[in-house]
Design a protein around this ligand. Sequence first.
Ligand code: C5P
Length: 263
Amino acid sequence: MRTTVLIVAAGSGSRLQAGIPKAMVTLGDGHTMLEHCLDSVVAARDAGAIELNAIAVVVPGDPDYAASLGEVCHAFAARTAVTVQTVPGGAERADSVRAGLAAVRKLAGPAGPAGSAGSAGGPFGRHALLVHDAARPFVPPAVFSAVVTALESGTAAVVPAVEVVDTIKTVAGAAPEVVTGTLQRTQLRAVQTPQGFDLTSLEAAHRLAEEGAGGAAALTDDAMAMEAAGHRVGVVAGDPLGFKITTQLDLMMANALLASGTS
Ligand code: C5P
């Protein structure tokens, strides 16, 4: 199934406190988070996990940062012969995804007319889209493969997920907060990326979310838009290496993994 990958790399990374956008942060081996993320996509292609059409990378709106990440993308494209297009992002992750979707549609080709065999994603059939966080640099090919395999079986949305190790409680009130409930841990999953979608369905779901009460800003991932649009979202096995680098502790873990040769 022809697959376009949308990498969102426009976040400021305020929780990492690096002073530059997170995707530009250099890991212990001298390569940026975005380079690692791009390399993981090509590793998945080379392992036969995805039939890669192209990659769209959403970069920060700031021209200097955009130019810097643009250079990373250019060098990657020259090295791998993969088509890579950059597009400026927005204030929230969902804004960045929506900006990226417009670029992805151009890379994927037009959707077929409503009701035609190709209307699910392009004139030649469904087109798979993987939406992926640049801040998850080490996702193994098996996760890409599981996501795409689920899409090929006909599901319109699929997420990789891992079990939750902590007990999760709901809280309320001003500090000091009080616990209002405890969620059943066996029913909880921590959801990662890449999340896989039928492209046309995700475009429609994001349009719907934008028009909805909370707006698209309330979306912390793209599967939420699909859930709200009434789609069944499938779950496949994620991987501990699919963790997101958010804090300095995550960065230390990433560098320890690189130093140990695990990634
Ligand atoms: O902020 P968070 O860690 O949830 O970001 C997840 C991913 O979304 C990161 O790769 C980040 O670069 C991206 N993002 C974005 N545009 C934003 C916010 C986050 O592309 N406005």
